[in-house]
Design a binder for this molecule. Structure first.
Ligand code: FMN
Length: 212
């Protein structure tokens, strides 16, 4: 697919078919992930592809609990874009266990430079800056291959339990949980504020000067 078409049509796909994702496609997605940049090229990432039914059921139960804790039972009152978002989020919660594959994107823990050594207590946060380019590559690769995916982070509410359930070492944080499968519906354009509205030139607040 044309690159800019991929970017502009890569919306979150929460309604997925039950059909398995062929290993060959999953490998392509993960290959795209490991071609992302990372700080000092440390590539301190690990990816856990969860396909086992009971493991996905476990994730489903905990994800639903976390979302309920945070937002209550989601209710979509109308057909506005927010209403549609809520419906699709609730659909994903209700069908999470049927997701063909859930990729857990894990990053090594790393204190940001801004935190002085004397102030470092407990576990360092995972190195978000070094895993998000890989996560974005996963989403882009899925779209290019016709797979639907969603970047989710609510698992952070039960991350400790996740470490125990999947034997994830403490030195890695689980940054994103990405359900992947073939989409039920069609891909569509993402809705975003145009770049001109959020971009300044040379000085904060200065819009592009067309005369230049
Ligand atoms: C850091 C981050 C965390 C997110 N967490 C969740 C999540 O827990 N559950 C979910 O359904 N979507 C989650 N999303 C997806 C956003 O809701 C979605 O990208 C946004 O509403 C724009 O919609 P679109 O991707 O369909 O264009 C997350 C996205 C980002 C970037």
């Amino acid at each position: 697919m044309e690159f800019f078409e991929v970017i502009k049509n890569m919306r979150s796909m929460r309604r997925l078919k039950k059909d398995p994702v062929p290993l060959e496609l999953l490998r392509k997605v993960l290959d795209a992930a490991v071609h992302a940049p990372s700080g000092q090229n440390t590539q301190a990432w690990r990816f856990l592809a969860v396909q086992d039914k009971s493991a996905k059921e476990w994730l489903a139960v905990h994800y639903e609990e976390a979302m309920k804790d945070r937002f209550g039972r989601l209710k979509a009152s109308d057909d506005s874009s927010y209403g549609r978002l809520i419906k699709s989020v609730q659909y994903q919660i209700d069908h999470f266990a049927d997701t063909p594959v859930v990729v857990l994107a894990c990053a090594k823990r790393d204190w940001p430079f801004a935190v002085a050594e004397k102030d470092r207590v407990g576990l360092a946060p995972p190195s978000y800056g070094s895993i998000y380019p890989a996560i974005q590559n996963i989403l882009l690769a899925c779209r290019a291959l016709g797979l639907g995916a969603t970047l989710t982070t609510m698992h952070q509410m039960f991350e400790e339990k996740m470490h125990a359930r999947f034997n994830i070492p403490e030195e890695f944080g689980v940054v994103a949980m990405i359900p992947i499968g073939f989409p039920q519906g069609r891909f569509g354009p993402v809705r975003r504020v145009p770049a001109e509205e959020v971009t300044y030139f040379d000085m904060w607040g200065e819009k592009e000067d067309c005369e230049r």
